[in-house]
Design a protein around this ligand. Structure first.
Ligand code: PEP
Length: 264
């Protein structure tokens, strides 16, 4: 199947601040039909959606009632379990809604909400404590790229996030160059592979060789149906974190069906 060996490719759709709970129900239902119609082999790809918090209960009810082969998660989590933290959502609450994943440290959280490496590490710990798989996002800005090269910032961010993570923790890493997010200018597959390979070394240094071999590393940044194939051919790229294109059912379905047009 893929060059990723035993790692199950993950195609993850980050809806950001889009689609209310009624739209979410219709969307997930149509996405499931589209994947089923195309005879997607869910032993060869995992498809996950990351709706806004207010949609998650509706998505849970639909996925559970209709036994849809679609995973879901949240776009953020509090580092706190409970208490006087207005507006925050606990990992315990997400687990109660049977979320499998939670995105942590997306560049929009880092930039718009001033989340530094310390907060990302605390949220990673909170996710793991509650049995959620953190999708830890790292990536350099265009200035970082110019000043430090492609790997330095993502490596530093991931090293900080993994400082207190146990060797057997189930994590996903998303390499998302900030300059590629929403810009229409994706990294080249070779650029993505170069950084993904370096990030796998970071996982090996922090968590050991077994963890490095098992951890899925996604590429994110202007992924579309017409460029997913190049990324999925890379040995260290195990899937994609998709923003804009995840809101278009046909496009996201086509990205999820990368096996049918990638030849891996
Ligand atoms: C993202 O925001 O995580 C992302 C990858 O967005 P886009 O696919 O739109 O570049």
């Amino acid at each position: 199947m893929t060059t990723t060996g035993t790692r199950l490719p993950l195609i993850a759709g980050n809806w950001k601040l889009n689609l209310d709970h009624l739209q979410a129900i219709a969307f997930v239902q149509k996405l499931a039909w589209s994947l089923k119609d195309a005879a997607v082999d869910f032993d060869a790809v995992e498809v996950a959606v990351f709706p806004p918090f207010t949609d998650i209960r509706s998505v849970q009810t639909l996925v559970s009632a209709d036994k849809l082969p679609i995973a879901y998660g949240a776009q953020d989590v509090s580092q706190h379990d409970t208490g006087a933290y207005t507006g925050e959502i606990s990992g315990a609450f997400l687990k109660a809604l049977e979320c499998r994943y939670v995105i942590i440290g997306h560049s929009e959280r880092r930039t718009l909400h001033a989340e530094g490496d310390d907060v990302v590490a605390a949220k990673t710990a909170a996710a793991l404590k509650h049995g959620l798989v953190p999708v830890i996002c790292v990536g350099e800005t265009a200035d970082d790229l110019e000043t430090h090269g492609p790997s330095a910032v993502p490596v530093a961010q991931l090293t900080a996030a993994l400082a207190d993570v146990a060797a057997d923790a189930d994590i996903v890493v998303a390499y998302e160059p900030v300059w590629a997010i929403g810009s229409g200018k994706a990294a080249t597959p070779e650029q993505a592979e170069q950084v993904a390979a370096r990030l796998r070394e970071v996982v090996a240094e922090a968590l050991g060789a077994d963890a490095a071999a098992a951890t899925r590393i996604l590429y994110g940044g202007s992924v579309k149906a017409n460029n997913i194939a190049g990324f999925m051919r890379q040995p260290n790229v195990d899937g994609a974190l998709v923003g804009g294109a995840s809101l278009d059912i046909q496009e996201f379905s086509a990205i999820s069906r990368f096996h049918q047009h990638v030849g891996v």
